[in-house]
Design a protein around this ligand. Structure first.
Ligand code: OGA
Ligand code: MN
Length: 291
């Protein structure tokens, strides 16, 4: 079998075939996937019925696993220690009640974001595996922040060059009225991120937006928030978006440095068991002074 890619749009997203992610990959297969990520930023693999261990082993081809400490309010685990549980299920595999705080936290994933932009060194790749899906809805949408950057006018490009934002889950979840206790706040101190990122291989620039962004350094807060909202609207126009309709055992892999994503609505009395592995980033986007 050889890895082959069929592009979803010319620049953004591709479906990968000819590879079984449940077994060790050859260096050529890893290289083909890596270069596909550089080019398309989102890759879809169908029919990959993986265990947590197989998902972790596949993910490790692309770097170290991110340490998930401080990423979620959930304390007990339903899944492997390297997996982020983004399901709607409690430890008895039952959908959360409507008023469950863990459900409220997960609703934050329905806001456009880039994974772990609230960490000093934010995530490189995320890999999401569909172990159980609802009968309808629950798509994941991806927005191409490279095309979004390219489409900005020169004045805006000049304005954002060199700007730094503060990101924290307090800002993102706060938008939904979610509140954290003191211990959680201690784990969610804002970090600094560049507004514009440059891809290390392609050299392409992208808008580094995320719901976690709450402030622009040196700017008054209302002006910063309005600016971020306007750019969010710009960057998520339909021509920049790929909506993934899940099939059971799909695995979708995306580059958080070049994209945003969000979950869409579904009937939450049904099970949606999605499990994410996260490949750690290789560098901070700006130096971290005391944010
Ligand atoms: C994630 C995420 C969206 C979804 O796993 O990081 O945001 O559709 N998931 O579950
Ligand atoms: Mn996410």
């Amino acid at each position: 079998m050889t890895v082959s890619l069929s592009p979803i749009t010319e620049q953004f997203g591709a479906v990968v075939s000819g590879v079984d992610l449940g077994r060790p990959l050859t260096p050529d297969e890893v290289a083909a996937i890596d270069s596909g990520m550089d080019q398309y930023a989102v890759l879809v693999f169908n029919g990959q019925d993986l265990t947590d261990e197989q998902q972790v082993a596949f993910s490790k081809n692309f770097g170290e696993m991110e340490n998930k400490t401080g990423g979620n309010i959930r304390t007990e685990e339903r899944v492997n220690q390297h997996i982020n549980d983004v399901s709607n299920l409690d430890n008895n595999n039952k959908p959360f009640d409507r008023n469950d705080r863990r459900r409220f936290f997960n609703l934050g994933n329905h806001l456009w974001h880039s994974d772990s932009s609230f960490r000093a060194t934010p995530a490189k790749y995320s890999l999401l595996s569909a172990r159980s899906i609802p009968s309808e809805g629950g798509n994941t949408e991806f927005a191409d922040m490279r095309q979004a950057y390219d489409a900005l006018d020169d004045k805006t490009k000049a304005k954002i060059e060199g700007l730094v934002c503060e990101h924290s889950q307090i800002y993102s979840r706060g938008k939904l009225g979610f509140t954290f206790n003191e211990e959680e706040i201690g784990l969610m101190k804002p970090v600094r991120q560049a507004f514009v990122r440059v891809h290390p291989k392609s050299g392409r620039k992208s808008l580094y937006l995320s719901s976690h962004a709450g402030r622009v350094l040196g700017w008054p807060d209302p002006e910063a928030r309005l600016f971020l909202l306007n750019l969010l609207e710009h960057g998520t126009q339909r021509q920049f978006v790929y909506a993934h309709k899940w099939q059971l055992h799909d695995l979708v892999m995306w580059d958080n440095r070049q994209t945003m994503h969000r979950a869409r609505d579904f009937d939450e009395t049904q099970k949606r068991d999605m499990r994410r592995t996260t490949v750690a980033g290789e560098a901070m986007t700006v130096e971290q002074a005391a944010a």
